[in-house]
Design a binder for this molecule. Structure first.
Ligand code: ADP
Length: 483
C-alpha cells in the first residue's frame, strides 16, 4: 500500500503539552498510524513548554508577518513524534496555559493565535516547506478548524482535510470584527462559511469545509446531530451526515499497563486480580480512608466540571456514605465542586478522601486500587478514564452517554448470563440513577465469582489504538480517493 503523509494540526500533544484527552489522542494516533503505512507530522504552537523541544529543531520556513509579528516553522523530532513547531513568540511565548492566561481568562488574542495555526497548516499543505507535501491534513477541534477554511479558499487544490471533534462544547467563537484580519474572502462570512449566530466559529470552519468530519465515538456522533446536544451545529452536521462518522479513541497500552506500571504498589495481570488488594490498601492510605477492605472502593479521576456530573455524586453522598462504600476523588477544576468535595471529607472522614490537583501517579494508583471507577458524565465524547479502568480491572460505572455507551457492556441480566459484562451503565444522568447504579455495583461486588468474571472481561477488552488506527487509515484513503 502506498505510504500516506498526514499533517496533524493540533493545539496540544502528549507528552509535550497536555490539558486534556485531546493531547492523549494526538500523541498516540501517529504511533498507531505508523503501523498502517501512514507517516504523521504534527504542527503545534510554540508555547513555552514546546521551546525545550524547539532547541534541537531546524528552521524550515520563515514568515515576515503572521498576525502581528514574524514567525518561523521549525522541524523537530521529540518523543517519537515528527513535529512542526510554529515559533511565533508574539502569539505563543508567554506565561500561562495554551488557551487561558494566568488570570483564568481566555487569552484575548485567541482568535489570532489559532487562525495563525490554521493558516500555517494550510501553507505547509500547499508545499511551502521544502519537499514536504501532505496528502491529508487532520485538524483537531476548533483550535485547528481554520486550516480547513484556509485550504478551501487557497487558489490551488490542497490536501484532503479531516476535522475531528473532540468536544463540541468548545466552538472557538469570536466576534465578527476579527474577519478582516483573517485574510479570507468576504463570502467566508456567511451561513455557508464560518459565520455563527452573528459571530464567527473556528469549529464551524472545520465542519463546513473539511472533506470528512469525525468525532470520537459513534454514539456522540448521533447525539450531536440532535438539537438537544448539537450546540447549534446539529443542522450542519445532519446536512453533512454522509461525511460524518464516529471513531473511538484508544489508550496508550504501554503507559496504561498493570503488568508494568511503576506508579502502583503491586503489578498484576488478569489472572492475578487478587493482587489489586495491595493497591487498594495503598490507595486507602493515600486518601486517608479507613482500613476497610470489605467496603466497595469507588474511585474518581476527573476534571471537576459540569460536564463530568460529579455534582450528582455530591448530592448522593449523604446517603451513599451510610452504606459499605468508600470514595477516593482525584480532580481539579470548578471551585464550587472542589469546595463541595473538601467539605464532604470533613463531614465523612475515613469514608471519602479527596485530592484536589492533577497527578498522573495517583491516577494510576486509582485505576489499580479502586473496585469501581465512576464516570457520571452528562455528556462524554469518548472518555479515556473508563478505558483505563477496563484495562486495570476496575469496574466502570458510567452514565449511558457518548463514548461511555459505546465502550462499556452493561451488566444486565442477559450480559451476565452470557458472561460478557464489563461494567455498569445508568441513565439518565441524575443522582438517583447514580445511586441505583452504585447499589447494583455493590450487589455484584458481593458475589465474588460474578465480580471476578467482570474484571477478567474488562481486562480482556481491546482498548488499544489498533482498531481506531485502522479506521482512521481507511478514512484518510477514502477522503483522498473521493476528491
Ligand atoms: P477530558 O479530556 O474531557 O478531561 P477524558 O476522559 O477524555 O476527559 O481524558 C481525561 C484524561 O485526563 C484521562 O487520561 C484521565 O486519567 C486524566 N485526568 C483527568 N483528571 C486528572 C487528574 N486530576 N489527575 C490525573 N489525571 C487526570
Amino acid at each position: 500500500m502506498a505510504r500516506l503523509r498526514v499533517l496533524s494540526v493540533a493545539s496540544e500533544v502528549f507528552p509535550i503539552v497536555k490539558t486534556g484527552g485531546l493531547a492523549d489522542v494526538t500523541g498516540a494516533l501517529p504511533h498507531a498510524l505508523a503501523r498502517e503505512s501512514i507517516d504523521v507530522s504534527t504542527l503545534l504552537p510554540g508555547y513555552p513548554a514546546v521551546r525545550e523541544v524547539a532547541r534541537a529543531a531546524t528552521e524550515v520556513l520563515a514568515l515576515d508577518e503572521l498576525f502581528g509579528g514574524p514567525a518561523r516553522v521549525l522541524a523537530a523530532n521529540s518523543a517519537g513524534l515528527d513535529l512542526f513547531i510554529l515559533d511565533a513568540p508574539h502569539l505563543y511565548d508567554r506565561f500561562g496555559g495554551p488557551y487561558v492566561g494566568p488570570d483564568g481568562n481566555d487569552w484575548p488574542d485567541n482568535a489570532f493565535r489559532f487562525a495563525a495555526l490554521g493558516r500555517v497548516g494550510a501553507l505547509i499543505g500547499s508545499g511551502a516547506v521544502g519537499s514536504y507535501r501532505p496528502d491529508v491534513i487532520h485538524a483537531h477541534d476548533w483550535q485547528a478548524g481554520m486550516v480547513c477554511a484556509y485550504v478551501h479558499y487557497a487558489p490551488q487544490r490542497g490536501p484532503a482535510t479531516i476535522l475531528t471533534i473532540h468536544n463540541l462544547a468548545f466552538a472557538g467563537r469570536f466576534a465578527a470584527s476579527v474577519m478582516p484580519a483573517l485574510g479570507l474572502p468576504s463570502q467566508a462570512y456567511s451561513v455557508e462559511g464560518i459565520e455563527y449566530y452573528g459571530d464567527v466559529s473556528y469549529l464551524k470552519a472545520g465542519l463546513q469545509f473539511a472533506d470528512r468530519i469525525t468525532t470520537v465515538s459513534p454514539t456522540y456522533a448521533l447525539e450531536i446531530m440532535t438539537p438537544e446536544s448539537g450546540m447549534g451545529f446539529d443542522g450542519l452536521l445532519r446536512a453533512r451526515a454522509d461525511r460524518f462518522s464516529g471513531i473511538l479513541n484508544g489508550i496508550d497500552a504501554d503507559v496504561w499497563d498493570p503488568v508494568h506500571d511503576s506508579f502502583i504498589s503491586a503489578t498484576y495481570d488478569a489472572a492475578q486480580v487478587a493482587k489489586r488488594s495491595a493497591n487498594a490498601a495503598a490507595l486507602r492510605r493515600r486518601f486517608a480512608l479507613d482500613e476497610r477492605p470489605d467496603a466497595l472502593l469507588v474511585g474518581i479521576v476527573s476534571r471537576l466540571s459540569w460536564q463530568k456530573g460529579l455534582d450528582l455524586l455530591l448530592d448522593a453522598l449523604p446517603v451513599l456514605v451510610g452504606r459499605n462504600l468508600q470514595f477516593a476523588v482525584l480532580g481539579a477544576g470548578d471551585p464550587a465542586l472542589e469546595a463541595g468535595f473538601t467539605a464532604a471529607v470533613a463531614a465523612h472522614r475515613g469514608r471519602i478522601g479527596v485530592y484536589i490537583g492533577y497527578d498522573e501517579a495517583v491516577a494510576h494508583l486509582m485505576q489499580a486500587g479502586s473496585d469501581v471507577v465512576l464516570v457520571p458524565s452528562r455528556f462524554e465524547p469518548c472518555g479515556l478514564t473508563q478505558l483505563c479502568a477496563l484495562r486495570y480491572g476496575a469496574i466502570p460505572v458510567v452514565s449511558r452517554v457518548g463514548g461511555l455507551a459505546d465502550t462499556i457492556i452493561d451488566a444486565n441480566e442477559m450480559a451476565l448470563a452470557a458472561g460478557v459484562a464489563t461494567g455498569i451503565q445508568f441513565a439518565p444522568p441524575t443522582s438517583a440513577a447514580l445511586e441505583a447504579a452504585i447499589n447494583r455495583a455493590a450487589q455484584l461486588f458481593a458475589q465474588p465469582a460474578v465480580w471476578q468474571r467482570m474484571q477478567r472481561n474488562a481486562m480482556a477488552a481491546d482498548v488499544s489504538w489498533d482498531r481506531s488506527g485502522t479506521q482512521y487509515a481507511r478514512l484518510y484513503r477514502d477522503a483522498l480517493a473521493s476528491r
